[in-house]
Design a protein around this ligand. Structure first.
Ligand SMILES: Nc1ncnc2c1ncn2[C@@H]1O[C@H](COP(=O)(O)OP(=O)(O)O)[C@@H](O)[C@H]1O
Ligand SMILES: O=P(O)(O)OC[C@H](O)CO
Length: 495
């Protein structure tokens, strides 16, 4: 019986899961990670806490499953992406807290990069649009503002890495300093055509290869976990950024196959095949994974507020007690009666990219009540997903046939049904909730010799539910046109 340990190092919690050779989850352990907000818009975490807790949940899980470390065949790591750790090679200690992907400290600097007309330069090379979200300007900030960082870098003692790299370096006792293509492609330092750090970009930010990890395929030999950590020298055979890992976990292996993870925010990725196409529709191009010489790319569109909108209804408006109340309220009215909830609390992201917008509730009449507002809030998530999926379809020149869904909001059947109605395609959820960890386990098992090829994985996860469109295309377009009007996008912009 094969056993694969998956480590999911997320933004707000770290998890460990064991899967067997049929992709069945045998157990899970989880611990929360603290965030610090030292200034407005800044978000930091403690790299030592992430490392300690990540190993602790692994040890707890083995104990819980009554399993010895030597029974584990291999490890797959998946992680929050873009978050940057900087540490001293000689002591192994971080020189500054982890700068989290959500941190906006380099926003003004990124604005300057755009004003200087560098957007296309970055996009062609990296697939990304200059933004504080990505690791590059976080590293430049460390070099500029953390005392002694520049000198340490010049000596070759400063190591930069995303969370995967930090975990692997610690787990292997400093033997492996590496990342994979999918994580590298979120740094804005990685050339997605050449599949290597981009020399011109490194020079632009004053960075050197000496301070950056080696880049491996996602399924590869990342060394072994030191045997004193978990009790046996377990090989690490896969590394994937969490959103790419979910795409793999859903087995979206062919062009146009897409998934949406509905969590606090929503992340939509579509496999675009083996060519890195730069998007003209406001999407990011990213490496999905690399394995056995084949590299798959993906379009990505993120929505900042998805489940967070539901949290706002609860915490700020007080019209629901818990997230699951929204479903009964939404279905208690036949429609939102023309109400549109424009949930742009954090600006309007992909594919429109309008920063600094405020949120609004539009189209209310004297008949409008809390149920309409709750329904409109859920509907707003589905409309935002259509914004992104529509851009993906236009860019790929082909339709998405099905949307695979995972994440906390998929518990809401009203939302899943409305999503299918608005997209006019089936929306499918699977029986495994932890699709992100599953993707890393799949890749680890492939590279670790548990499975021969991806074809073996098909059929491991059963479909839990499939939602089919229940309204006509004309009705869906009418509703969506109302949404475009509410967000102020003219129909011309989407042709
Ligand atoms: N039944 C539900 N209906 C609507 N939203 C829900 C429901 N259950 C959970 N959520 C939302 O899903 C989010 C949690 O999903 P999860 O995948 O755990 O997120 P994350 O991984 O980002 O922490 C929360 O923002 C919560 O408001
Ligand atoms: O840890 P999550 O699930 O919030 O995902 C974070 C993403 O990787 C950020 O790009």
């Amino acid at each position: 019986m094969a056993k694969i340990l998956a480590l999911d190092s997320g933004t707000t919690s770290v998890r460990a899961m064991v899967f067997d050779e049929r992709g069945r989850e045998l157990g899970m352990c989880q611990q929360e990670i603290q965030q610090a907000y030292p200034h407005t818009g800044w978000v930091e975490e403690d790299p030592m806490e992430i490392w300690d807790k990540q190993m602790r949940v692994c040890a707890q899980l083995l104990k819980q499953l009554n399993m010895e470390a030597r029974e584990i065949d291999c490890i797959g790591i998946t992680n929050q992406r873009e978050t940057l750790v900087a540490w001293d090679r000689t002591t192994g200690k971080p020189i500054y807290p982890a700068i989290v992907w959500q941190c906006r400290r380099t926003e003004a600097y990124c604005g300057q990069l755009k004003e200087r007309g560098l957007t296309e330069w970055f996009q062609t090379k990296t697939g990304l649009i200059p933004d504080a979200y990505f690791s590059a300007t976080k590293a430049a900030w460390v070099l500029q503002y953390v005392e002694g960082a520049r000198e340490m870098a010049a000596r070759g003692d400063l190591l930069f890495g995303t969370i995967d790299t930090w975990l692997i370096w610690n787990a292997t006792g400093g033997k492996t300093y590496a990342t994979d293509y999918s994580n590298a492609s979120r740094t804005m330092l990685f050339n997605i055509q050449d599949l290597d750090w981009d020399a011109e970009i490194l020079e632009f930010f004053g960075l050197s290869r000496d301070n950056l990890p080696q880049i491996y395929e996602s399924g590869a030999d990342y060394g072994v976990v030191r045997s004193d950590i978990l009790g046996a020298p377990i090989p690490i055979t896969a590394v994937l950024g969490d959103q790419q890992s979910a795409l793999f976990g859903h087995l979206c292996l062919e062009k146009s196959e897409a998934k949406c993870t509905y969590g606090t925010g929503a992340f939509i990725l579509a496999n675009i095949g083996q060519k890195p196409i730069a998007s003209k529709q406001g999407l990011l191009t990213t490496v999905a994974w690399g394995y056995k010489g084949r590299v798959d790319y993906a379009f990505e569109g993120s929505i900042f507020m998805a489940g967070a909108v539901v949290g706002w209804l609860r915490d700020n408006l007080g019209i629901i007690r818990k997230a699951s109340d929204t479903e009964a309220m939404a279905t208690s009215v036949p429609s939102s009666e023309g109400v549109y909830f424009v949930s742009t609390f954090q600006g309007l992201g992909a594919p429109w990219w309008q920063n600094g917008r405020r949120a609004s509730i539009q189209g209310m009449s004297r008949k409008t009540n809390g149920n309409h507002i709750v329904r409109a809030a859920l509907e707003s998530v589905a409309y935002r997903v259509r914004d992104v999926v529509g851009a993906m379809e236009r860019e790929m020149g082909m339709p998405c046939k099905t949307l695979r869904a995972d994440g906390g909001m998929t518990a809401n059947h009203f939302l899943m049904q409305f999503q299918s109605d608005i997209l006019q395609i089936p929306v499918s959820t699977g029986t495994e909730a932890e699709v992100t960890a599953l993707g890393a386990a799949y890749m680890a098992g492939l590279a670790g010799g548990v499975w021969r090829d991806a074809a073996e994985l098909a059929g491991f996860v059963a479909e839990a539910e499939r939602f089919y469109p229940q309204i006509s295309a004309v009705a869906a377009d009418e509703l969506y046109d109302g949404w475009l009007e509410a967000i102020g996008i003219s129909a011309k912009e989407i042709t």
